[in-house]
Ligand binder design. Structure first.
Ligand code: ADP
Ligand code: ADP
Length: 230
């Protein structure tokens, strides 16, 4: 059973700072991996490397069978298999919620407009905001915007969803509504790599928890291992 993500001995420097220090991690299809660790430990860099927003300086990165470091691999095709959700929702501010969801499928997958819109409405219903389809991001609460961002990532039908501190910018009362959507996705079998400080989510959803510090993976284990040992 081949892993859907395989990172081997990845190193990433920013100048002399080693943001990733010999990181190795495999994620299997359907697995939920939660990455924890102090600020600046390299969690975001690791996610961004998986999604090609950063290139690693050495090591190996294989996503869905494609070796990213191979110059013949079509990076854009690989990227389409990955949905990413950021701390700051990163929606297109001048597009309606519906258009935020249909833009990439129409442009990159050439999905016909009606089909893209029908699927977008299904996804908006799934994240509980189908009544906001015609609104603009600024008219929505943070929790609603983040749910739109999740729906937008799902609109491309990714095989893997990456979450980089998806609730860290939210008012406390909105965290639950975003985590609920993530739990739902997890239960549907989505492969997920999640950087979060929400230990309740990690406990409930993670198959494995990865602890990073100073660019290194220091420990990998089950949530029980991390949260229930004395
Ligand atoms: P985390 O997500 O765990 O908070 P990051 O991956 O964001 O950590 O950052 C790891 C280290 O790399 C930090 O010291 C951060 O300041 C540094 N870093 C991240 N991105 C850049 C960049 N583009 N340029 C320079 N340093 C960076
Ligand atoms: P997030 O918290 O959403 O991961 P960050 O604020 O950590 O976002 O980083 C936002 C951007 O700034 C990223 O492109 C990251 O690579 C870059 N960055 C982070 N730390 C540094 C740094 N010390 N120097 C330069 N760029 C950085």
């Amino acid at each position: 059973d081949k892993p859907i993500i395989r990172i081997a001995n990845a190193c990433k420097y920013f100048g002399t700072l080693k943001a990733l220090d010999n990181v190795s991690l495999e994620v299997s299809q359907g697995e939920k991996v939660v990455i924890i660790g102090p600020s600046g430990s390299g969690k975001s860099t690791l996610l961004r490397a998986i999604n090609q927003l950063e290139t690693i300086d050495s090591g190996e990165l294989v996503v869905d069978g494609d070796n990213i470091c191979d110059p013949d691999v079509n990076i854009n095709a690989v990227r389409m298999e990955l949905g990413m959700v950021f701390q700051s929702f990163n929606l297109f501010p001048h597009k309606s919620v519906l258009d935020n969801l249909t833009l990439a499928p129409r442009k990159l997958r050439k999905t016909p407009k009606a089909e893209a819109e029908a699927y977008a409405m299904k996804l908006l219903a799934k994240v509980g905001i189908e009544d906001k389809a015609g609104q603009y991001p600024a008219q929505l609460s943070g929790g609603q915007q983040q749910r739109v961002a999740i729906a937008r990532a799902l609109a491309m039908n990714p095989k893997i969803m990456l979450f980089d501190e998806p609730t860290s910018a939210l008012d406390p009362e909105m965290i639950g509504e975003v985590l609920d959507v993530m739990v739902k996705l997890a239960k549907e079998g989505m492969t997920m790599v999640v950087v979060t400080h929400e230990m309740g989510f990690a406990k409930e959803v993670a198959d494995r928890v990865v602890f990073m510090d100073h660019g290194q993976i220091l420990e990998v284990g089950t949530p029980q291992h991390f949260f229930e040992n004395p």
